[in-house]
Design a protein around this ligand. Structure first.
Ligand code: KG4
Ligand code: ZN
Length: 394
């Protein structure tokens, strides 16, 4: 079974194609995995600019699908001139009423190539930026309209969960790792900070959430205050690492709070921490390079301590056997190291994503749909973008 997946929830346009093996387990080959990042475009705004993100997805998606099909050896060009039937063309134009930029490239695709041997489409339905999500969803719907391929609507966060639990087997195929259950998932990205209880794959319960900013969002905003580039996570992390290697001690006046660390629940809050950084900066005479380094260190320490402490409570409370970490922030070296240490101390298994699987990609979306296939879940009929608070991320 061949699955083509589409991910456009934020600032990465991504398409992947996998070949799912016939066996019962989720075992697959990756035929293509394309990610086009818009980071350069959003950098000057210091965050994701939704209208711009939508436009860039519209520009890129058809091209990425074509490239992915070609790489997967599924693309054959039509030998005779072909025009879409009037009725189909009208339906296509109606479908893409709000994504007009998609009409011409998709028409050209449908008129230029034969229906590829794709059995399923998987597309991210949310959470994410609504206008961006619609580009992916309506592209998928267009493929369904013209080629008659069924669609699975996929949750983006579920994608991050599975990204951390794939490994290569001896035949160079990918498969899902065996996980001892129940597991706790810590999802840390630009839009989310969640603790999720996993009773079985596909069955999730959110047991902790951020009450305001997501942790990645806090990284990005603090980075902006420090005059660092977007996305801020890697920049802060680099500075903090330098500070650590120089054995810099954080002076009292640049220490930061550990928000909600002693609250009885598993919730988070990062907005106050961000404000605390701003207050520290305002109280400084000069934001020197050294002070920037200290603040980056202080911020990373605070965030890490909160994340580790809440994760520990979640593991203890639910007697979890494994921890799955997902989302863009899980690329953070210091957070990874500290979660690994916790797993040793508390004796649970830990699953962290490979670097290229921690940020947004379409492969993870295909894998979630493969699990649905294995669980005999029928394809989705109605599809709707489910947005989130990242709309006001800048
Ligand atoms: O999952 P992701 O790629 O997109 C969303 O769904 O949000 O996460 C992006 C977020 C950004 O906020 C970025 O600053 C953060 O992940 N990030 C990091 C690191 N690398 C990326 N945060 C901290 N340390 C990092 N090394
Ligand atoms: Zn993400």
């Amino acid at each position: 079974m061949i699955i083509l997946s589409i991910e456009t929830s934020c600032d990465e346009t991504a398409v992947s194609i996998i070949k799912l093996s016939r066996e019962k387990k989720v075992t697959f080959e990756v035929l293509s995995n394309k990610v086009l990042s818009q980071i350069d475009i959003h950098e000057k705004y210091g965050g994701v600019f939704p209208a711009m993100a939508k436009r860039e997805h519209e520009k890129a998606i058809t091209l990425l699908i074509t490239e992915a099909l070609s790489e997967a050896n599924l693309l054959t060009e039509k030998t005779k001139t072909f025009h879409l039937e009037n009725g189909v063309r009208k339906k296509l134009e109606k479908l893409l009423e709000k994504e007009k930029q998609l009409i011409e490239p998709l028409k050209t695709l449908f008129e230029g190539i034969n229906k590829p041997k794709v059995d399923l489409i998987a597309v991210t339905e949310g959470p994410g930026l609504e206008p961006s999500l619609w580009v992916g969803i309506n592209t998928a719907k267009a493929l369904r309209l013209v080629w008659g391929i069924p669609i699975y609507a996929i949750n983006h966060m579920e994608g991050h969960v599975v990204s951390s639990i794939i490994s290569k087997n001896k035949d160079s195929k990918f498969e899902l790792e065996e996980i001892k259950l129940p597991a706790i998932t810590l999802l840390i990205s630009g839009g989310h900070t969640e603790l999720v209880l996993v009773e079985k794959l596909g069955k999730y319960k959110i047991i902790g959430n951020t009450r305001d900013d997501a942790v990645g969002e806090a990284f990005d905003k603090v980075a902006r205050m420090l005059g660092l580039r977007y996305p801020g996570g890697p920049e802060i992390s680099k500075l903090a690492e330098i500070a650590r290697s120089e054995n810099i001690i954080i002076p009292d006046e640049l220490e930061l709070p550990r928000p909600m660390i002693n609250s009885k629940d598993l919730d988070f809050s990062f907005s106050g921490l961000k404000t605390a950084v701003l207050t520290r900066i305002k109280n400084l005479e000069n934001l020197t390079e050294k002070k920037k380094k200290i603040l980056a260190l202080s911020f990373e320490e605070s965030v890490t301590e909160v994340l580790v402490s809440k994760t520990k409570s979640a593991i203890e409370k639910h007697n979890a056997k494994s921890l799955i970490v997902g989302g863009g922030v899980s690329a953070n070296k210091y957070i990874r190291e500290n979660l690994k240490r916790l797993s040793k101390e508390e004796n649970f298994d830990i699953f962290l994503p490979e670097k290229n699987m921690s940020t947004d990609n379409a492969l993870m979306i295909a894998i979630v749909s493969a699990i649905k296939v294995r669980n005999n879940i029928p394809p989705s009929k109605s599809l709707k973008a489910t947005g989130d608070q990242r709309i006001d991320r800048i």
